[in-house]
Write a protein that binds this ligand. Structure first.
Ligand code: C2E
Ligand code: MG
Ligand code: MG
Ligand code: MG
Length: 288
């Protein structure tokens, strides 16, 4: 009896493995095909200066428009893309497409905004610098409008090499932002040595502000750390007016979140630009 049960369990177990393996193979092939057949899309989430709530930039966020599954969010395929190496192709497409769109908006006479692009650990290698240089040349998008977002763990994986890559990116004139700050393992000694421009406070710390005492203390500490290192702070995942006002009072520089805007299709960015241009007529320039 026990033997039969054991065998059943074993069969069940191998069945599971086969399912997992074939599921991820199916997913991998679908993603490979999706990239090749142009099923990736970019949405853009606005970022605002806290001082005057003016539009400062957008973050490009990838989506997969799957023919049967519909619009697939990145958390469902970025991990797979990283495991299979497809992230290199995906990342190259994102970099080119985002800069192409950014330049299109400039050509159409919309305000000069920053464009932030996420870069995975696997992409963060010597070749990235040439890739970015080439994309800027081909699209005409200005380096000083481009922000590269990398995570703490990406930089910490090969910290001394990371300093070199960051320095060469900075020589191109692009900005670098440290994404999801506070969630990874990060050495404060390295933080000082990395040539960075911005720290993005992870939304995990923002969601329970201002009520959660620990999150408030962490957020305050991150902002004052950033200020002493001369880095701009960006709060991600701002969902309530209370959070926004609290962060404003702490001197956080920029905010991004559903309260202000969801990630938008390029066409929907147009009305944001028009509102921004209207405000520019009414207000003095300046901000953060
Ligand atoms: P991330 O770079 O930290 O991007 C911020 C994420 O927070 C986005 O999720 C955005 O839609 C979401 N978000 C923004 N405001 C709010 C808010 O108020 N509340 C909540 N709950 N969420 C908010 P998304 O677009 O699903 O992207 C998830 C992650 O996938 C990104 O996190 C980034 O790590 C990765 N990702 C997205 N696009 C790319 C890409 O082109 N390349 C790479 N390598 N990774 C990407
Ligand atoms: Mg990001
Ligand atoms: Mg982030
Ligand atoms: Mg995040």
């Amino acid at each position: 009896h026990a033997k039969a049960q054991g065998r059943n369990q074993y069969q069940f177990f191998t069945q599971q493995i086969n399912d997992d393996v074939s599921r991820s193979l199916v997913m991998e092939n679908a993603l490979r095909k999706g990239i090749a057949e142009g099923e990736l899309r970019l949405v853009y989430q606005p970022q605002f200066c806290m001082k005057n709530m003016r539009l400062r930039g957008v973050e490009a966020l990838v989506r997969w428009q799957h023919p049967e599954q519909g619009l697939v969010p990145p958390d469902f395929f970025i991990g797979l893309a990283e495991e299979t190496g497809l992230i290199l192709e995906l990342g190259a497409w994102v970099m080119y497409e985002a800069c192409l769109q950014g330049q299109r908006w400039r050509d159409e006479g919309f305000p000069d905004i920053e464009l932030a692009v996420n870069v995975s650990a696997l992409q963060f290698r010597e070749e990235l610098v040439d890739q970015v240089r080439r994309v800027l040349e081909e699209t005409g998008f200005p380096a000083e409008n481009l922000v590269i977002e990398v995570t703490e763990s990406t930089l910490m994986q090969g910290a001394s090499q990371a300093i070199g890559i960051l320095s060469r990116l900075k020589e191109l004139g692009v900005w670098v932002s440290l994404d999801d700050f506070g969630t990874g393992y990060s050495s404060l000694a390295y933080l000082k040595r990395f040539p960075l421009d911005k720290l993005k406070i992870d939304k995990a710390f923002i969601s329970d502000l201002p009520h959660d005492a620990d999150d408030s203390a962490i957020t305050r500490a991150i902002i004052s750390l950033a200020q002493s290192l001369n880095l701009l702070t960006v709060a991600e995942g701002v969902e309530t007016t209370e959070q926004l006002e609290y962060l404003q009072a702490l001197g956080c520089d920029l905010a991004q979140g559903y309260l202000l805007d969801r990630p938008l299709w390029p066409g929907d960015m147009i009305s944001r630009f028009k509102a921004e241009m209207h405000r520019q007529v009414l207000q003095d320039k300046g901000g953060c």
